[in-house]
Ligand binder design. Structure first.
Ligand code: PGA
Length: 260
């Protein structure tokens, strides 16, 4: 795991956007896995700026979103469809036919989930997966106890996550109890992952993810087994890491090595 600690949320967002932009330039028909939530918002804003001011080209990019609330229509203002179009897709030159977001309203959900997995495979697999992390260590909606080899499916949302997401709804009772989500196994097949975390509320989940044992209690901890993961944190999210200074040292050393 490469751990990058930035001073604040703005710097974290910029760093993440730089990495995404660099990968797009290297491979214009890249397949991106995308996440929703407050954390990647700054990165999306920066990517939109790079598109508008620097001509960052999304025309050949394919995207697969991690998840969607189960049983709310894509037109719902809290749906992840709405979020993605509102915050990113409407502002860049992406081909809508290359945008995949799980549907929260399909009937034959098992067939649909297999189809979603198949589409990822047909696209050549995900080159770069963006991830947030829940306070309970979830990635996507893979809550504690999720199989670490799970695939796309409908999953119940943990009470802690319902609490966290209530701020986006009128009240807690409005928060969906289920989501359709890529599985942990699906995420692990991405060629590279970038996990973002900001703020003190994520510090304990980050400690477990980076330094804890690999266990289903913290699904994000499975990323320790992934060969290419970059974890980008702000100071607050990094504050419980026991080896924080060591990670800074390693990052500096590898930057020096690259500079030659
Ligand atoms: P957040 O959500 O970015 O809104 O904190 C992250 C997540 O639940 O994965």
């Amino acid at each position: 795991m490469r751990i990058i600690i930035e001073p604040d949320y703005q710097a974290l967002s910029k760093k993440a956007a730089q990495i995404v932009a660099q990968r797009i330039k290297r491979k214009p028909n890249i397949v991106l896995g995308l996440a929703t939530g407050l954390t990647p918002l700054g990165m999306y804003r920066e990517l939109v700026r790079m598109h508008k001011e620097e001509g960052l080209d999304f025309s050949k990019v394919t995207t697969f979103n991690l998840d969607e609330y189960w049983k709310i229509p894509s037109s719902h203002p809290q749906s992840y469809h709405f979020f993605m179009w509102d915050n990113l897709f409407s502002h860049i030159n992406i081909n809508p036919e290359r945008v995949y977001i799980p549907s929260g309203t399909v009937d034959e959900v098992e067939v649909y989930c297999q189809w979603y997995e198949e589409e990822i495979r047909r696209a050549g697999g995900i080159d770069l997966q963006i991830l947030g992390i829940g306070r309970d260590g979830h990635i996507g909606f893979n809550e504690p106890g999720s199989s670490l080899s799970s695939r796309t499916r409908v999953k119940s949302i943990a009470p802690e996550t319902i609490e966290d997401n209530a701020r986006f709804f009128k009240d807690k009772s409005q928060v969906p109890r289920y989501a359709i989500t890529m599985g942990v196994g699906t995420i692990m097949e991405a060629k590279e992952c970038v996990l973002l975390a900001s703020g003190e509320s994520k510090a304990e989940a980050i400690r477990k993810c980076v330094e804890g044992p690999i266990c289903a209690e913290c699904p994000a901890s499975i990323l320790q087994l992934h060969p290419r993961v970059i974890v980008i944190l702000d100071e607050e999210a990094s504050q419980r890491l026991n080896k924080k200074e060591y990670y800074r040292y390693v990052e500096e050393m590898s930057l020096n090595l690259r500079k030659g």
